[in-house]
Ligand binder design. Structure first.
Ligand code: FES
Length: 140
């Protein structure tokens, strides 16, 4: 992440994205209080994923048991959408099988976050955390 400063969620919100006020509030709330942030020193796999369009990065730390994710933490900072999405993906993924996690799609995230007609650049923000987790699983 460039500069290392926290970003204001409002400053990274593009008015062209179509989102109801209620969902917008939900995203900012999740961004302000993200879940599963941190690191796992004994992680089975670590993967860093970058959003090439802005340089923001998310690193995920996964602990696995059989074909499931027993624990997940993540570090990195980004815009409101990327952090909210990473937080929600981490909450969903804990305890799920690899197949269940790999089946999560952009559409699923759009529905959970209440985003419609997302622009290509914001799509990269939305998908950053999910891509990190899905690519980490492939490394196992
Ligand atoms: Fe960088 Fe959204 S602006 S992840």
């Amino acid at each position: 992440m460039r500069g290392g400063a926290e970003k204001s969620p409002e400053s990274f919100w593009h008015m062209s994205d179509s989102t109801d006020d209620l969902y917008r509030e939900f995203i900012i709330e999740e961004y302000s209080n993200p879940q599963n942030k941190g690191q796992l020193p004994d992680a089975d796999v670590v993967h860093k994923e970058e959003n090439a369009s802005c340089g923001d990065m998310m690193t995920v730390y996964l602990k696995v048991q059989d074909n499931s994710l027993s624990d997940i933490k993540w570090s990195g900072i980004g815009c409101a959408i990327s952090v909210a999405s990473m937080s929600l993906v981490s909450q969903y993924a804990k305890g799920k099988t690899f197949a269940e996690i790999q089946a999560v799609t952009k559409k699923d995230l759009e529905e959970v976050l209440g985003i419609r007609d997302i622009s290509p650049n914001r799509e990269k923000c939305l998908m950053l955390g999910l891509r990190a987790v899905q690519k980490a699983i492939i490394k196992l």
